[in-house]
Design a binder for this molecule. Sequence first.
Ligand SMILES: C[S@@+](CC[C@H](N)C(=O)[O-])C[C@H]1O[C@@H](n2cnc3c(N)ncnc32)[C@H](O)[C@@H]1O
Length: 236
Amino acid sequence: MLKRLAGKVRDQFRLSKSGLVNTNNLKDSWKAEDVARQQAELVEKELQDPLSVAPFKTFIDVIKYIIENYDYKVINFLDVGCGVGHYSELLHRYFPGQFLYTGSDFSESMIKIATEQRPHSQFIVDDIFDSRIDFSEYDIVMASALVDVIEDFWSVLDIFFRNSTGLLILHRQRITDKKSYSEVAPGYKGQFTYATYLNMHELEDRLSACDLYIKERFNVADGIYSFLIDKKKVNS
Ligand SMILES: C[S@@+](CC[C@H](N)C(=O)[O-])C[C@H]1O[C@@H](n2cnc3c(N)ncnc32)[C@H](O)[C@@H]1O
């Protein structure tokens, strides 16, 4: 009995660099109005000079690469875990008329701000673990810093890999030489979340099992990359 209780307490509290953190409902921290407000404030500043923000600059490079190397007309784009919809703003500004963007997020607070601030795009409340979205309706599906904040990162990656029919962008992903892992990490002020580190060999094995491969890899910052993922060609 005592042993079981001790086990429960151990599972509930995880050691982070900032001390012991209660992991109960850590994933739901993203649904808080205050977290959405902080993200909106941050990206509003960043969007004043997007090319000086490493993830934004890399995203634009990824999109340019796709436009140069694939034969799309208007691109149906799904951004899962879109937050306050800042990537729709980049597509709207830098590639006008070339994208039909849909952003999804399980936080109503994020989607409310996104809908109010970005009338050129469409946004829906949707949890990727219980999704109503049909991936096959989209040419490109992106997960930007989404896998990063999810403790059960292989489960979410498998959802993307199994359902992928077009291109997949895994944007802003931390990479490690160790075995893949997630740890509790500070997020916005007053928030704790997870930070996920993927091992390249494990990622590639997982992709290969779904007949996918990394078409191109882009450097965002030290140890952080974006991956353009495509289907393997079947030899006839
Ligand atoms: C670190 S933010 C990234 C926001 C934006 N994609 C970016 O790259 O700046 C993670 C986002 O994922 C969303 N999220 C977390 N878990 C989710 C889930 N299960 N389904 C959908 N969205 C989720 C959060 O609400 C948050 O907006």
